[in-house]
Design a protein. Structure first.
Length: 427
């Protein structure tokens, strides 16, 4: 038998190779960068044919009087997501690369019944928000991280790569065009949800990487979900169901992560819970709360020093999503709560949570994500046992949860001038 040193981890190796290709040297000796992937001449990036190029955007504006902006509450109560006047679309083909982007009136997409996305789940997406600040300015929150994560997700399911900075420019343009009308200065403290997506559109049955694709970006209303009455109530997942697994694609934002979880989630909601706390493996490792990252605040055992810890699942096993809100919480807490608590990213089990509850060491818990923002958790139900989570003196949120949420909100809405809050100029 002949042994070889060929790499066996085909998926992770393939993903790393594709990402590396986005910054591979060009034949003229110039190099592409992760930010633009363009040729640099005297410091100016120049695009190659087939690159995603926001400067080629074609604009067709909708009639500004054709649609009125609805009341936020009414829009969020609708069974249909209410989008703004415009959207952006960009088609791609293996033969010619990315076409010129188009900003045009919001409306239906045209797909053939045999389109790859409809049969083989060749699609991914991102989620971020546009905020109308209390200072009157429009802002995005760390959009570069969403763009980089979307590139990774896109390549994970064999869809075309793109220049992340160009995606940021397209997102910014859509927000700039629709922001003045749909996020008016008369409604400071409001937001809209941004959904960039990439789908395989090749009209051919057969399990293969699509040779045609479509990138599109929409801007819409979304309900505020960060303050459920009494806090979020979690039910641990049933023993016959997991949301993500090591070696899978839980770290990528693809639709296949979400649809299969709905059956168990709906059953949990029917029993009076908002989301599922997803456990993993026979050990019952705590991973995510619904589609959000999950944080526990507890005191370590006396034998371990008894210090206050903010604990969340790690990213090194590629089991869970590298949430932008999660990352921001970790980074802020490490700096602004240094000396008060330790930020710990490690595997921990539901049995550790039960033990901490029994010993009175749990201080707070919260979920963190784009949709739920920073949402306090009041209860975890596991196999017939209720773990009560303290909600602070107000009964609405623990002290540290409220503090972290306040810092994040100040950055998003301009009460604090911070590099994470990217200002968008209204058009």
């Amino acid at each position: 038998m002949t042994q070889t040193s060929q790499v066996e981890d085909l998926t992770s190796a393939g993903l790393e190779h594709r990402i590396a290709e986005q910054s591979a040297p060009l034949t003229n000796g110039s190099s592409k960068t992760n930010e633009t992937n363009g040729v640099h001449t005297n410091g100016i990036a120049k695009h190659q044919p087939g690159d995603l190029d926001a400067s080629q955007l074609k604009v067709t504006l909708a009639d500004p009087n054709a649609r009125q902006v609805p009341d936020e509450a009414a829009a969020c109560a609708s069974f249909e997501t209410v989008c703004t006047d415009h959207m952006i679309t960009v088609s791609w083909s293996a033969a010619s690369g990315w076409a010129a982007p188009e900003l045009k009136p919001y409306g239906p997409l045209s797909l053939m019944p045999t389109a790859s996305v409809l049969h083989y789940a060749t699609e991914c997406f991102e989620g971020l928000k546009a905020f109308r600040g209390f200072d009157g300015k429009l802002r995005l929150f760390r959009p570069n991280l969403n763009a980089k994560r979307m590139l990774m997700s896109t390549l994970r399911i064999s869809l075309p790569g793109f220049q992340t900075a160009e995606l940021e420019k397209l997102i910014t343009k859509l927000v700039a065009v629709d922001g003045a009308k749909w996020l008016p200065k008369s409604r400071p403290g409001s937001f809209l949800y941004i959904r960039p997506s990439v789908i395989g559109t090749q009209a051919a049955l057969g399990v293969q990487a699509p040779k045609e694709a479509l990138l599109f970006i929409t801007l819409s209303f979304m309900p505020r979900m960060d303050s459920p009455p009494g806090g979020m109530r979690l039910h641990t997942n049933p023993e016959d169901m997991v949301r993500a697994w090591v070696g899978g694609f839980g770290y990528a934002k693809v639709g296949a992560n979400y649809g299969p979880s709905l059956l168990a989630t709906n059953e949990a909601k029917a029993r009076g819970f908002q989301q599922i706390l997803w456990l993993y493996g026979s050990e019952g490792y705590c991973t995510e709360a619904g589609a959000s990252n999950f944080f526990m605040l507890w005191r370590a055992k006396d034998s371990e020093g008894g210090k206050l810890q903010l604990v969340t699942a790690p990213l090194d096993d590629r089991l869970i999503l590298d949430g932008v809100t999660r990352r921001s919480v970790v980074e802020l807490a490490k700096v602004r709560l240094a000396g008060e608590l330790d930020v710990v990213e490690r595997k921990y089990t539901i049995d550790e949570v039960l033990e901490a509850s029994k010993e009175g060491r749990i201080v707070e818990a919260f979920a963190a994500g784009t949709a739920y923002f920073i949402c306090p958790i009041s209860l975890i139900h596991h196999r017939g046992v209720d773990v009560q989570i303290p909600m602070g003196k107000t009964g609405e949120s623990g002290n540290y949860t409220a503090k972290i949420k306040g810092w994040m909100k100040d950055i998003m809405y301009g009460n604090e001038q911070h590099e994470w809050g990217v200002v968008v100029n209204d058009e």
